[in-house]
Design a protein around this ligand. Sequence first.
Ligand code: NAD
Length: 339
Amino acid sequence: MIRVGVVGYGTIGKRVANAITKQPDMVLVGVVKRSPDYSAKIGISRGIRFFIPHEELVDAWNRAGARYYGTLDDLLQECDVIVDATPKGIGMKNRVIYESKGIKAIFQGGEHPNVGEVSFVAQVNYESALGKQFLRVVSCNTTGLARVLHAINQQYPIEKAIVFLVRRAIDPNQDTNGIIDCVAPSFGVSHHAEDLKTVLKDINIVTFAVRIPVTHFHVHMISIKLKETVDRREIIDLLEESRRIVVLSSRDGLGSTAKLLDLSRELGRPRFDIYENLVWLDSIYAEGKWLHLMQAIHQEAIVIPENIDAIRAVSGFTDALTSMNLTDSSLSIVSTRFY
Ligand code: NAD
């Protein structure tokens, strides 16, 4: 069993922790959390062992009557791998601690790419992550783009991709830093293209982004010039066969992100998570060498399977396919359809 600890129990950390408990080859040793709030108390009631980042938080946890098992240092002594899901910039600082203890760590997409030896998306570069000490699972947008562009590029080589990202402003549990009643562009090209190139090294891509005042889903509008002409049906077949990508039809009533949110509730997974890229069938349009499509990405969930595969990769589990199969079956991830 791979002994795993999670540092940072927010949007990503709590989902990764939950996913670890479902793996046949992993044990969740504990999680590090700062505040003894409702989600700590629910986690404690579910048997998760909580640790605090440092001794100064002892009083706050004692006052809240929330049980904890020690500090980050104590957790590290029991772990083979840490998944660090702290906010942007803190992972890079924590890296020094993991390095000094010789512990492997997986960081998240908010960190600078230099935090890891490899930027990771399981389907693209599992093998290059084998046995590494530090990995970075790329962001939700980059993961979503990497999956779909890699699948297409392998079979129909891409000459150039142009992507417009419509980004949710904040996550649903956040009550600060949102935007209201406006569209906020990232001027010039957005950072997503450069981030994608840390995974798909040779891709020729440019990305543009706006943020809009919603909390659920990013939407990507993707235009691709291929090296050869392509038939729409071939692309549909390819995407329907591709792992962690689901092609959905607006004819089933799924013509907006509001309906995708409702779909997630109907599916009834933990926290209503959708781990798959959701490509709208009706958006797939091919003309000569040009291919256009739109997809939605559940930003809170899409990187969870990647974190689980990353844990196996750094632990030296060599068989990428078996890792992804284990991850997908444990989280009920589909590759063709939900229903
Ligand atoms: P979050 O704010 O929801 O959670 C981070 C948690 O870490 C918070 O609970 C915070 O209190 C805690 N924390 C802060 N300092 C800590 C410390 N020193 N020790 C332990 N815990 C500490 O953030 P998030 O959205 O889960 O993002 C985490 C990382 O994942 C970021 O790099 C982010 O860019 C990336 N990411 C986020 C999303 C998303 O949509 N939210 C998607 C993909 C990747």
